[in-house]
Ligand binder design. Structure first.
Ligand code: FCB
Length: 472
């Protein structure tokens, strides 16, 4: 068997998110989301960057679709901006917002690129946050209404839907450590938010199924953490178990198995009695899915308390507040080896191990890598080229890991490179470049990097090129 070749029909894609690329923040009826408010709050985002203009994709989308056609991708994962489609998060849709996504999806389909729509990539309408946000149960109902409205408007052309992107980040970075919008730092609010995001997912899947033809596909994307213990000591192994519960099983438990894990409930019992979890909730959350979306960048290495207090950084930004309710004492370590510009360790074995574990835990669930990629300090050289060889090496290593997992029997259906374009990297603003295509922000000019040409070769051949010095 050719170990570099991917299965026939494997989906090759690329991914973005609305707030990170669209710009046009107050155009055509769009109202602020929590990320507009957060990024406009001094001190929150590096360099005071905001998504007001971003890559101006809202106006340059035709060019971006043409770039995707050159990349040879068969699918494009993007998110709808909730406040562009349904300003304030309630009531009817705005025609201009829908028109934008209709035109975009039409252009994608004309180019043979399947639109893969994420309903929520972190841009909660500010008015819903003002009414309590994700810690309040009613937000899950607002989300189900919005899902139904989006499905009615786009269901004739969009077959593949994802409810939420990385609800762990929405809940625990948004309401726990505060390094993401809305920037609250309340561990109980974070746990409540996580539950209501799960509930929102379940209600949205039901709404999607009610509106869409039976052939439509529903999914969720989780940033499953590949958690490793620093040593084999009982304390470190237990630290890894705790983080695995908060990071992963908090979501896979109710979503894929219909219950919250008992150890998670026990670990957090000192913080909350979980009375926000009502009868019937886990049944509502536990909906059949067509695949599970997995985002992977780097593994998570933890140990038991070291006595250090205070500062928490596990790759998402610095805060005096932990994003891990009831586990703030656990220490996070940077694994050995090279790192990306985010300071994240480059470790494709983490992806392989994660995929094999998911297969063992959920044998019947097809998987899709909905994000993988890396930030490096890219620049345009005097010849006008962006020679991002480190990114090529990163992608090659991780795609090899995916290929090996498939050979080991894991049902991986596709891979979406994060990201199509350099973009607004949340709390890091424009300082981190994840794109296969370089964006010159002052002019908006797009310059495909060497990795874009490399990826186009992969998507066309369905196969990884031989690397010099590699024996297979
Ligand atoms: C993920 C997010 C995505 C992007 C990458 C680098 O957590 O889903 O929007 O910021 O990280």
């Amino acid at each position: 068997m050719d170990t570099n070749r991917f299965p026939q029909g494997f989906t090759w894609g690329t991914a973005t998110a609305a707030y990170q690329i669209e710009g046009a923040a107050s155009v055509d009826g769009r109202t602020p989301s929590i990320w507009d408010t957060y990024s406009h709050t001094p001190g929150r985002v590096r360099n005071g960057d905001t998504g007001d203009v971003a890559t101006d994709h809202y106006h340059r989308w035709r060019e971006d679709v043409a770039i995707m056609a050159d990349l040879g991708v068969s699918a494009y994962r993007f998110s709808l901006s909730w406040p562009r489609v349904q300003p304030t998060g309630r009531g009817p849709a705005v025609q201009k917002g829908l028109d934008f996504y209709r035109a975009l999806t039409d252009a994608l389909l004309e180019n043979g690129i399947e639109p893969v729509v994420t309903l929520y990539h972190w841009d909660l309408p500010q008015e819903l946050e003002d009414a309590g946000g994700w810690p309040e149960r009613v937000t899950s109902d607002r989300f189900a209404d919005y899902a139904a409205l989006a499905a009615r408007a786009l269901g004739d052309r969009v077959k593949t839907w994802t409810t939420l992107n990385e609800p762990w980040c929405s809940a625990f970075l948004g309401y726990g450590s505060g390094v993401h919008a809305p920037g609250r730092t309340d561990p109980v609010a974070a746990l409540r938010a996580a539950h209501h995001l799960n509930l929102a997912h379940g209600k949205a899947v039901q709404a999607l199924r009610a509106e869409l033809p039976a052939s439509a596909r529903a999914s969720i994307t989780l940033n499953i953490h590949h958690v490793r213990a620093l040593t084999e000591s009982a304390e470190d192994v237990d630290a890894a178990r705790r983080i695995d519960a908060l990071a992963n099983r908090m979501f896979t438990g109710p979503i894929l198995e219909g219950r919250y894990p008992q150890d998670l409930l026990d670990d957090t019992a000192g913080l909350t009695d979980w009375s926000f979890l009502r009868n019937g909730d886990t049944d509502a959350i536990h909906q059949p899915l067509d695949f599970l979306g997995v985002n992977y960048y780097t593994p998570t290495l933890v140990s038991a308390a070291t006595g250090e207090a205070g500062h928490h950084s596990d790759g998402h930004g610095m805060s005096d507040h932990s994003p891990w309710p009831g586990a703030g004492h656990i220490a996070f370590h940077r694994p050995a080896g090279s790192t990306t510009a985010m300071g994240w360790a480059v470790d494709p074995t983490g992806l392989y191990d994660l995929l094999v574990r998911l297969k063992a835990d959920f044998p019947a669930m097809p998987l899709m890598i909905t994000e993988n990629g890396a930030a490096f300090d890219d620049y345009v050289d005097p010849e006008g080229e962006v020679r991002d060889l480190e990114r090529i090496a990163y992608l090659h290593g991780h795609l090899s890991a995916v290929r090996r997992a498939i050979a080991a029997g894991v049902d991986v259906r596709g891979y979406f490179l994060w990201s199509l374009l350099d973009n607004f990297e949340w709390g890091y603003g424009y300082s981190k470049r994840f794109g296969a295509v370089f964006v010159d922000y002052p002019t908006g000019r797009r310059i495909p990097k060497a990795s874009a040409r490399w990826y186009a070769d992969v998507t066309r051949t369905g196969s990884l090129p031989e690397r010099r010095g590699e024996t297979g």
